[in-house]
Design a protein around this ligand. Structure first.
Ligand code: F0G
Length: 518
């Protein structure tokens, strides 16, 4: 009976993870440790380097947050009191503004919109950006209509205009030119939103956000449901410019002087948003270069395209600053936060919108029953208090633990350069990439790698032989992602290094039996 019930949820997924011994039940979790149910029923401690896909910067069941949540329940704190005043939500956004102003050295306010998950936070940004774009289109249309009206009423109706910009004769009648402008602009303003995202990027799996996620398998079957993005390669500044140039759409306006009218080109507001992760997470832990970040900022300004910085995984202190983008000098029009801002206990996201872009009317057209609930916002406020305490001591811990982790990984790489081809990341967001294993000597590893499954074999081995929990990402199956909490110890980092060494030695020796002995 039990096994039948289990099959009703993710049965296929569980059978796949069971093949490499990853179908473990965890019965308790605290700090950087999860306890797996052992054969005799006792909890076997496992060092957690997966960290709830990066949602556990503060660790599992942080005692201060558990006490805070328990207290909220004991106090009968209102959880769902929509449309009433929500002091915890206000406090979260006020604190986020303070942190953002400090890290980017700016003073423009950012308005906050709450939602329930990372993907939902992205959809909030997307919807808001399109709402804003629609109003920008309306404003340009009205402005051009006004100029046309002025031209016609200025007694220019009988005059001629140079229509060559529109492919009309130099001496075209004003009426004819106006008609052509109207036709062209109707098409320009009906252009769908231009959405630009990066290859390897991940922004969620909902209907809209899923189309911004690069992975073909997650995106393609659902392409008919939502607006499509154009994907530019990450860290290639000129390629990004080419995508913008290519997507540009021209509208036409009339500029009037006292005696004549002139046809001028304008860029139609077709750019809805450009989405970037400062460090791509699910795509294989790829930090953006400062040069690319600069290009993102410049092109966003040049083409009037809002920049959405997805800090869902990289943000909330994981990389040593609250915003990873602060280290790149990349100031966004939107920021999306989720994962660790819930302290591992609450589910929420916060989308921040820069005041210059913010459309207050959006508040009347977007909402969710559970968004901005009393528990998640209060836990988030407590998380921010922990992070900001002691002049940001925990950011420094994340940076120091990240350096310690990175140094240990680089040492292993130096010993097995033909197996581990790259170690990269920022702070406590690190990736270990395995090279081509087809000539490694391990038939099994080569075979699994060809199927995109090698990372799962490595994960099973490290779990059973070294009590290390980690995974590759869905989109970069040769890269193991490491996102431990700030509570990760030297012993755990050393154990990870020992486990990786043992794995590399087996691969080098082609010892397939050793790889699957567990
Ligand atoms: N954006 C980024 C950068 C993410 O890493 C994720 C999720 C999301 C958006 C979507 O958030 O899952 O709460 O809806 N990343 C997970 C991963 C799934 O594997 O890294 P969500």
């Amino acid at each position: 009976m039990t096994s039948e019930v289990k099959e009703l949820v993710d049965g296929v997924l569980h059978r796949a993870t069971a093949e490499v011994g990853l179908d473990v039940e965890y019965v308790r979790a605290r700090g950087n440790t999860v306890f797996a149910r052992g054969r005799d029923g006792t909890g076997v401690p496992v060092a957690d380097f997966l960290g709830g896909y990066g949602a556990l910067l503060l660790g599992h069941n942080h005692p201060d947050l558990v006490a805070h949540l328990a207290n909220l329940l004991a106090q009968e704190t209102p959880v769902l009191v929509q449309l009433s005043s929500q002091p915890a939500a206000d406090e979260v956004v006020r604190t986020l503004n303070r942190v953002l102003h400090r890290e980017f050295d700016v003073d423009e306010p950012y308005f906050g919109v709450f939602a329930n998950s990372g993907a939902e936070g992205i959809e909030v940004a997307l919807k808001h950006a399109e709402f804003d774009r629609g109003q920008r289109v309306d404003a340009m249309r009205a402005e051009i209509d006004e100029n046309i009206g002025a031209a016609l009423s200025a007694g220019l109706a009988g005059a001629t205009v140079d229509g060559s910009v529109l492919g009309l004769p130099v001496g075209s009648a004003v009426d004819e030119v106006v008609e052509e402008i109207r036709v062209r602009n109707a098409a320009a303003f009906a252009t769908g939103p231009r959405l630009i995202a990066l290859s390897g990027g991940f922004h969620g799996k909902l209907v809209g956000s899923g189309q911004l996620t690069h992975n073909h398998d997650y995106r393609s079957p659902f392409a008919s449901l939502a607006a499509q993005a154009t994907f530019a390669p990450a860290n290639e500044p000129e390629a990004l410019r080419a995508v913008f140039e290519d997507a540009r759409v021209t509208a036409y306006d009339l500029r009037i002087t006292e005696t004549r009218a002139e046809v001028v080109r304008r860029d139609a507001p077709v750019f809805c948003a450009l989405l970037v992760e400062p460090v791509q997470g699910e795509g294989g832990i790829v930090p953006l270069t400062a040069e690319f970040a600069k290009q993102v900022q410049e092109l966003g300004a040049e083409f009037g395209c809002p920049v959405v910085v997805d800090e869902i995984q990289s943000g909330t202190g994981r990389t040593g600053t609250f915003f990873a983008s602060a280290q790149l000098g990349l100031l966004g029009d939107y920021y999306v936060l989720s994962k660790s801002i819930g302290g591992g206990l609450a589910k929420l996201s916060v989308t921040l919108v820069r005041a210059a872009r913010y459309r207050p009317e959006f508040e009347m057209v977007h909402s969710s029953t559970f968004a901005k609930d009393g528990l998640s916002t209060s836990v988030a406020a407590a998380v921010l208090e922990l992070l900001e305490a002691g002049d940001g001591a925990l950011y420094r811990v994340a940076a120091e633990r990240g350096r310690r982790l990175s140094a240990a990984l680089h040492e292993v790489r130096a010993e097995y350069p033909e197996i581990i081809t790259d170690v990269r990341g920022l702070g406590l967001l690190q990736g270990v990439e395995f090279g081509d294993l087809s000539t490694s000597g391990s038939t099994l590893a080569a075979q699994l790698q060809a199927q995109g499954q090698f990372g799962f074999l490595a994960s099973g081995f490290l779990l059973h032989e070294h009590r290390i929990r980690l995974f590759p990402t869905g989109s970069a199956p040769n890269t193991l992602r490491l996102e431990p909490s700030v509570q990760v110890t030297d012993e755990e980092i050393d154990r990870l290094a020992t486990g990786l060494r043992a794995l590399c030695a087996l691969l080098r020796a082609g010892d397939d039996q050793g790889l699957t002995a567990f």
